[in-house]
Design a protein around this ligand. Structure first.
Ligand code: SF4
Length: 251
């Protein structure tokens, strides 16, 4: 027993210090995309054609939709698009996920002060896996491990929607899961928030436009936080959540 206690003391504090200290991500991590401030139409078209998921458009100037992007990254082969290690991808408005040459990097904004005041220092979610592959759930679960310790911010996942302040949705919302999702939403007491976690929940991901899916939760329920990624890195999820509850402000 003494040996275990000594080993534990030697381990020290394992929970990461984010947001007090920056999160350390490997160079191969693909975060916020960037491209030159001006892009030739022909180059933009080549990028759009290279994207197998329709995340890049060039009709009205080049635009990369991080809500549709799976960070694969086929488009980077041409050298025009590159992916930084900036994990801050979450946004509170769907249109803020569209990255344009020279455009602003929109970050998630805090909830209304009245709602934050009502929530206090506690935010509880009921998670619904609405037909995804479970990768987003896996990275969401990582946040509850000792390395991230989401509970230190008062954020937890609960079993009953009656005990929740919001709905956490992963997956493209298949037709089979639609009713269960709506029933869970109804069971959460108002006021309530919705988080779309991952490319599928935002816009259907690789299942977009399938007749069996609803292209994400925003077609069905109002969404308060969009977290891009396939799946989103835990750092991306945590950053979006902390901005939503006002624990991180500014850049
Ligand atoms: S990284 Fe995103 S934008 Fe680029 S090709 Fe893959 S899905 Fe398309």
């Amino acid at each position: 027993m003494l040996r275990e206690i000594i080993a534990r003391l030697k381990q020290g504090h394992r929970t990461m210090a984010y947001p007090k200290e920056p999160v350390s991500l490997p160079q191969r991590f693909r975060g916020y995309p960037e491209f030159p401030a001006t892009v030739e139409r022909s180059d933009a078209r080549a990028c759009a054609e290279a994207c197998p998921h329709g995340a890049i458009t060039c009709d009205n100037g080049m635009a990369l939709d991080t809500g549709r992007c799976l960070f694969c990254p086929e488009c980077a082969a041409g050298g025009l698009v590159s992916f930084t290690t900036d994990h801050r991808l979450a946004a509170t408005k769907r249109e803020h996920l569209i990255v344009r040459p020279g455009g602003e990097h929109h970050l998630a904004r805090p909830l209304e002060p009245s709602l934050r005041s009502l929530l206090g220092r506690s935010l509880k979610f009921r998670e619904v896996s609405a037909g995804g592959c479970n990768a987003c759930e896996a990275d969401t679960n990582v946040l509850s491990t000792i390395g991230w310790d989401l509970g230190r911010f008062g954020i937890q996942f609960v079993a009953s929607p009656r005990h929740a302040d919001g709905l956490w949705v992963t997956g493209p919302v298949t037709e089979n899961m639609r009713e269960a999702l709506l029933m869970t939403w109804e069971a959460i007491p108002a006021p309530k928030i919705v988080v779309a976690c991952g490319a599928c929940a935002i816009g259907g991901g690789p299942f977009a436009d399938s007749p069996e899916t609803h292209n994400g939760v925003a077609d069905i329920l109002p969404v308060d936080l969009f977290i891009p990624g396939c799946p989103p890195h835990p750092a991306t999820i945590l950053d979006g959540l902390l901005r939503l509850i006002g624990r991180i402000e500014g850049t």
